[in-house]
Design a protein around this ligand. Structure first.
Ligand code: 16G
Length: 251
């Protein structure tokens, strides 16, 4: 796609600096509509950030923020060294890759964390396999109870290669916030879910009786260049959490 596509869609005149909605959000809406209506075609390459900024007479930061948000939502993908492309349908996530903090805040509740442990160590064989690391590589582990409005909902053990999180102590509330800051926020994830009965240490940490139902979830998440950035094993209280997946007919 050439920058003239932006001209044809009159993007510049549709951006309104006096509107309280930030320019990057306005730009996101326009790009989103262009993808939905097919004006931007699947697998089309976006012009460079500099060219878009010059065409629209906005800052490069505005363009970058707009693009990064759409990458996070799965509408655009960034390929290292090649540029930014309109994602094909297959690469669109079924649901959003959000963090616990974002999920709980979006429900109007207050997220909080009770730390069990934050430490570094050497990758176990299971972690090495999940994260595609050589055995014995350094990892940061975050073991915590995740709460909403003070009520324990889940226990999580997140393992992140030290390459992306050298010091686990910098994570105070949100892991994804810290990964975002260092440019390592995951773009896609694979999740495996199964029902289990709560065993003793997890049941005690969640404050529920041993043998109660739990949803066990493993998440492996990846950077845009496909390197695994996170392996998280969680036990959610079976009586307090619903996972909802949006499904599409494959045509
Ligand atoms: C969610 C993720 C977990 C991720 C965490 C980050 C599931 C099953 N798990 O709990 O993999 O590490 O969010 O949340 O959704 P944070 O940024 O609030 O720490």
């Amino acid at each position: 796609m050439k920058v003239s596509t932006f001209r044809a869609l009159k993007v510049k005149s549709r951006l309104d600096g006096s509107n309280p909605t930030p320019l990057y959000r306005q730009l996101q809406t326009i790009i989103r509509q262009a993808i939905e209506t097919g004006a931007f075609k699947v697998e089309d390459a976006l012009p460079s950030e500099r060219d878009i900024a010059a065409e629209l007479e906005v800052s490069r930061v505005t363009v970058r923020k707009a693009v990064q948000g759409l990458v996070r939502d799965g509408l655009l993908i960034q390929k290292q060294g090649a540029g930014t492309f309109v994602a094909s349908r297959m690469e669109q996530p079924l649901s959003k890759l959000t963090s616990f903090t974002e999920d709980i805040t979006a429900r109007g509740m207050e997220p909080s964390v009770v730390w069990v442990e934050r430490a570094t160590g050497l990758a176990t064989p299971e972690e090495a396999m999940a994260l595609n690391l050589s055995p014995g590589v350094g990892v940061s582990r975050l073991h915590r109870i995740r709460c909403a409005d003070g009520k324990a909902l889940a226990i999580e053990l997140a393992t992140v290669p030290q390459e992306f999180l050298p010091d686990p102590l910098v994570v105070e509330d949100s892991l994804y916030k810290i990964l975002d800051k260092s440019g390592h926020r995951p773009l896609r994830a694979l999740q495996r879910l199964r029902a289990e009965l709560l065993k003793s240490p997890q049941a005690e940490l969640l404050g529920v009786p041993t043998g109660g139902p739990t949803l066990y979830i493993e998440r492996r998440s990846f950077l845009p260049d496909m390197r695994p950035v996170e392996f998280t094993r969680s036990h959610y209280r079976g009586d307090s959490y619903d996972f909802i997946a949006e499904l599409y007919l494959d045509n």
